[in-house]
Every structure is written in structure tokens, then in C-alpha cells.
Design a protein. Sequence first.
Length: 241
Amino acid sequence: MQKILEKVRTTIKKAVPDAEETITYRKQRATKAIVPIHRVDRETAGVVLFSLNPKQGATTHRSFEIEGLKRYTKLWRQLWKKRALRIMNWQKNIITSVEQIGELLSATKAIAVLGIKTEAQANQPAFYVPSYLESAGFQIIPVPVYYPQVTHILGQKVYRKLIEIPVEVDLVNVFRRSQDVSAHLDDILAKKPKAVWLQSGIRDDSVAETLAKAGIKVVQDRCLMVDHRQRGKVCLSREFT
């Protein structure tokens, strides 16, 4: 939303250089609700843009006094149409087919494992799945939720937040209960990986939609190890046909 606001603001200033801008702030309780980002005041021929800063709990009002309101309205409709098209296309980032999964895995090298367990829990999926992936050639970046005393897992340095990882992450493999996934949403969005994979039994459609709209591919309720093994079998069968 902030990028859209800045793009609209830049467009206004470019199209109407003499537009006078005033910025005011109004404190309000931060919410997850969608905040309107545009309103036209036809009485004063002005335009008001809204943006919400959840951290500060404030709404920013950017007001432009514009004489040529018709000219601005045309520009706004063009921008809004592009935004609407982006919103309609978010479903393509929800990955469900075998072909899509194959393409995703082919493009994946670095995997951050959120909720990874330690060697002491070697019999649990949250350890043996990433262990398998490492043996398959992926770079594993451990991001445990518990075990504060642990500094390395699978021989790799531990990070406590995704945003702390200094390299680009292709995929975040999530081992958290469905009801706990949303608590990591801000961290995932801040890191902006190419994809997020929720392991078997893990699903949060609301989080998946938010990630998809942010341009992040999402897989839900599937085992990354099983799909990787299955893909290997498919590749082998094609070689011998």
C-alpha cells in the first residue's frame, strides 16, 4: 500500500507541479483493517491520500489542492486499474499443482526453516525434513523458535528472525502450528522470500492470501521432503521412457 501511495503522490506532483501538499497526522488505534487510500474532496477540488503506520498507530493524511481535478481523476483511474489487476492476479501465487511445485523447487537454493528443531529431536519432522533437504543439496538456514541456548543446527548458524538473515532467501519452510503462523507474517513480509511453504497439516488461508498479494508464492499443507522425493522419481521415470 505504501508503494502505491508513493506512486500516486509522484504522479500527482509530476502531472500538477503547482499542487500544494500538506501532511497531517492523526492518532488512531492500529488495526489490520484495510485503510482507504484515496478520497476526492470535490468542494475544495482537493485530493486526500491515506496511509497507516501500524508501528506508530497513526494515519498520515496527504492533501493536495488541485485545480485540474478532471486531469487528476483520469490519472487516478489508470493507476487504480493497474492496482486492481494486480489484486485479481494474486491467486496465481497460490501453488497447488505438481508442475508448479517442480518449477518452484528448480528455482530454489536457499531455504530458511522457521521452527526447525535441533539434533536432540532428530526423530521429529522439523529436524529430519531440513536434514534431508541439506543432503539433497539445498542451503539450509535454521530459524528456531525455541532453544535459546542453541547457536548452530546442522552445522549452520542460527538466526532468530528471518529479517536477520544476511543473504537472500528463496523459500521459507514453516514448521509451526496453523494458529501460530500469523505471528510470523510481519517477519516474512519484511524478509520478502520468493516463496513460503507450510508443511503438512499447516494451513492459514488468510496469511496465504496476504503473502500472495505481496508477490510471494505459497504452498500449504504439503511436505517439502515428500514432494522433492516425488519430483526425483518423476524425473527418473522420464529419463527411461
